[in-house]
Design a protein around this ligand. Structure first.
Ligand SMILES: [Zn+2]
Length: 518
């Protein structure tokens, strides 16, 4: 599904490129303004003033969902309001709610005919369910739990409100071919990644109250993974009505003694009692999104992103996160101010520029993932590029070349050669920073390409550039404070992002995607 979707997105991108090109040939567009006077409004002084507040102790390290982060979110919003930059959402709200949970292993009890079984050892919940209790004699064994065009385990069965037990795999015929494909090729019903969701969907659509899946091949791995996820933050997945658990061999055989060889659906005479208590804790957080609408192609979007959260307070010490990612945050705000000034003077961008400050980056790129996977404010197919800034205020002490005026670029050539060429050309024309591609390497063990918010755009075939100064001794330490920022470098790098965004927004043709994300 994902692959298909992204191919579809490429087709749309290519199609819209073609049409805008032919349109541009006939439409007279205004001569582009000189961006230099706007870039020069981005100054070390302004960046410093904003960062001393943003990474000050008052904001308590901006941990996702905490009071300090709420203050940071308000600070960002007030900047956009001051600069007269409207909210990205059509309802005028600068905030995009990002529902999160801190995961915890649920408390579950399970009895079969008076014998009690043990959470994690005998069964493990694999998708979050609502609190509830279940006492029933209505138990159905539904074989492989398959419902396909030419094969169904559910034919003639009513499983509504009942406990359904299924096993892994799919049927073969007497010649050893798979029944569903008619060949020696297995189907999604026994593919590890797909079978989980496919068998869940069928049982859910038929109104089962609980689905117990005997899948001995993966039980140990799943018990480890789902049983010990406590404390990790994740996007809220919405607790389901149906309890969905994997069951281990003892429990499976308590229901169907020959479950390893039995494929026939049947009802089972047993007494089952289940209690389920969901221990995940809800956390509310927000992305902040503002927009300067394009004058000629308002429905094509350039996103400038930076994460607003950091690590919070640990052992009484504030993790200020001045570089990570206070630097990127104030850079985005200053760039927004420069574009707003250009717009006021009649030189607004031709395409729309979206300023996106995302939460939950330190918890696993959650705010950007919510934006791309759950709630894109603007269609991903209309999103031209994401320029993501995460740590641009310091220098890397391990860097071999000792010139200070550098920045690491990651990802610029991965999906669009044109984006890379534009980035290089803008730098040559205006900034002359040493663009360092050391970490722009698939085989780099640091895997930085996957480690900040741009990745959620790149995985959707949206070209990205990740701007980064590398790590240093204060990385993810309380010592990442605003006094250690090299503000002249922060200014240079912020201006580079501004010029690149300016060009992407104002050039005649939308940049093309020439490679596909894996
Ligand atoms: Zn970080």
């Amino acid at each position: 599904m994902k692959k298909l979707l992204s191919l579809f997105a490429v087709t749309l991108v290519l199609a819209s490129c073609g049409s805008s090109k032919s349109k541009d040939a006939t439409t007279k567009t205004k001569a582009p303004a000189d961006p230099t006077k706007y870039a020069e409004t981005i100054t070390a002084e302004d960046l410093k003033t904003a960062l001393y507040i943003y990474a000050g102790d008052d904001f308590e390290g901006r941990e996702t969902g905490k009071e300090g982060e709420r203050m940071a979110i308000e600070f960002i919003k007030s900047h956009y309001i001051e600069d007269g930059i409207p909210a990205a959402k059509s309802d005028g709200n600068y905030f995009q709610d990002v529902p999160l949970v801190v995961m915890a292993t649920p408390d579950i009890t399970l009895n079969v005919n008076g014998k009690s079984f043990t959470n994690i050892d005998d069964y493990v919940s694999v998708s979050s369910a609502k609190d509830g209790t279940l006492n029933t004699k209505d138990i159905i064994f539904a074989g492989f739990g398959i419902e396909d065009e030419n094969y169904s385990n559910y034919e003639g069965l009513d499983v509504k409100g009942k406990v359904v037990i299924i096993r892994s795999g799919e049927p073969k015929d007497s010649e050893g071919n798979f029944v569903i494909s008619g060949t020696d090729k297995s189907s999604k019903w026994s593919n590890m990644r797909q079978a989980f969701a496919a068998k869940q969907e069928v049982a859910k659509s038929k109104g089962a109250k609980a689905l117990l899946f005997y899948y001995p091949e993966v039980y140990a791995m799943a018990a480890n993974r789902f049983g010990r996820s406590t404390g990790r933050m994740n996007l809220a997945d919405g607790a389901e009505e149906m309890i969905y658990m994997l069951i281990n061999t003892d429990l499976a055989k308590a229901f169907v003694s020959d479950i390893e060889t039995n494929e026939k659906s049947m009802s089972i005479k047993s007494d089952v009692a289940i209690t389920y208590k969901n221990n995940s804790e809800k956390v509310d957080s927000k992305n902040v999104a503002a927009i300067i609408r394009g004058s000629e192609k308002p429905n094509e979007y350039i996103i400038l992103s930076a994460h607003l959260d950091h690590e919070g307070i640990k052992d009484g010490k504030v993790y200020n996160g001045a570089d990570d990612d206070g630097s990127g945050t104030v850079a985005v705000l200053e760039i927004a101010e420069a574009f707003a000034k250009a717009k006021r003077e009649g030189n607004g961008p031709k395409r729309s520029i979206v300023f996106l400050n995302v939460t939950g980056e330190e918890k696993g790129l959650l705010g950007s993932k919510h934006y791309t996977d759950n709630d894109p404010i603007f269609p991903l197919a209309d999103t031209v590029a994401d320029l993501n800034i995460d740590m641009i205020g310091r220098t890397d002490p391990k860097r071999e070349k000792k010139n200070r005026n550098y920045v690491y670029l990651i990802g610029s050539d991965k999906l669009s050669k044109e984006l890379h060429d534009i980035s290089e050309a803008m730098n040559t024309k205006y900034m002359n920073i040493d663009l360092d591609y050391t970490f722009n390497d698939e085989n780099d063990p640091n895997r930085y390409y996957y480690r900040s918010d741009h990745y959620n755009f790149a995985k959707n075939n949206i070209p990205v550039i990740f701007y980064f100064n590398g790590t240093h001794d204060d990385y993810h330490q309380p010592g990442d404070t605003p006094d250690k920022i090299e503000y002249d470098l922060l200014e240079n790098r912020t201006r580079l992002v501004f010029y690149t965004a300016w060009e992407l927004a104002n050039r005649d043709a939308r940049i093309t995607v020439d490679k596909t994300a894996e």
